[in-house]
Design a protein around this ligand. Structure first.
Ligand code: ATP
Ligand code: MG
Length: 254
């Protein structure tokens, strides 16, 4: 079982979209995948069809972080038989403050994942756009960081900070490595996209995935139906891109 954290402290760069669709693509290719929603916004949960309103009283990642519940008591199934979700609800917003006084507070998620007995190939943790205790827990628990970068001005701002945080975390998690960098919302017609792409390639020559995710409106529509892109529109350019990305991912991490 390998643990991936999808992180970028910049907001709206495609972390959650990538978590949903990469995880779904891998699950469709037969891998057992557990996704963990570590963002109080809960976009991963709703994007995978989890009804946050109806399940407001049900256990969630909050109970794992703050009340010592096991992941096995909290995860739910999704429409894809190989894909599982540890959901988040609004209570998670308070977790960061409540965890401050807990023992080994940066390792709570790591310990929970280590205790998890189900047979899982990949764990994907979707992070909030900040570098607080939730993200630190994810970085501590993970083997690899996957960094989505939106092809726009200032894309590399914040990346420096993320890498600094990775260095900080190296005290508790010295093995943490960069698993890959993904260009998102790529538009080959704009000079800006190609510029950002070449900058990122120079910065991470070995880490950049060849598959760039294009800007595709179908990708932004799918979550409001609680569907991944393959359920929502399997012929879209977004579906093709995430399927290609999954193939590339499997070459790297099979
Ligand atoms: P946050 O930091 O708030 O958690 P995020 O990094 O998880 O954001 P997403 O929620 O995945 O980013 O994407 C931000 C917005 O852009 C969403 O509305 C999403 O639907 C849209 N989006 C993401 N990727 C694409 C794409 N390739 N083409 C078009 N729209 C996209
Ligand atoms: Mg998100």
């Amino acid at each position: 079982m390998r643990v991936f954290v999808i992180a970028n402290q910049k907001g709206g760069v495609g972390k959650t979209t990538t978590t949903i669709n990469l995880a779904s693509a891998l699950a469709s290719k037969g891998k057992k995948v557990l996704t963990i929603d570590l963002d109080p916004q809960g976009n991963l949960s709703s994007g995978l069809g989890y009804d946050r309103q109806a399940n407001i009283e049900k256990p969630s990642i909050y109970d794992v972080l703050v009340s010592n519940k096991n992941l096995s008591e909290v995860f739910v199934t999704t429409s894809n038989p190989n894909l599982f979700l540890v959901p988040a609800n609004l209570s998670l917003a308070g977790a960061e403050i409540e965890m401050v006084n807990l023992l080994a507070r940066e390792s709570i998620l790591k310990n929970a994942i280590n205790k998890f007995q189900e047979k899982i190939d990949y764990v994907f943790i979707d992070c909030p756009p900040s570098l607080g205790l939730l993200t630190i827990n994810a970085l501590t628990a993970a083997n690899f960081i996957i960094i989505p970068i939106q092809c726009e001005y200032f894309a590399l701002e914040g990346l420096g900070q993320l890498l600094q945080t990775k260095e900080l975390v190296s005290n508790v998690n010295p093995q943490l490595d960069i698993g890959g960098v993904i260009l998102t919302m790529f538009d080959s017609r704009t000079k800006l996209s190609t510029q950002v792409a070449s900058e990122v390639r120079n910065y991470f020559p070995e880490k950049l995935f060849k598959t760039a995710i294009p800007r595709n409106v179908r990708l932004s529509e799918a979550p409001s139906y609680g569907q991944d892109i393959f359920e929502y529109d399997s012929n879209s350019t977004g579906a093709k891109a995430y399927s290609d990305l999954a193939k590339e991912f499997l070459k790297r991490f099979n």
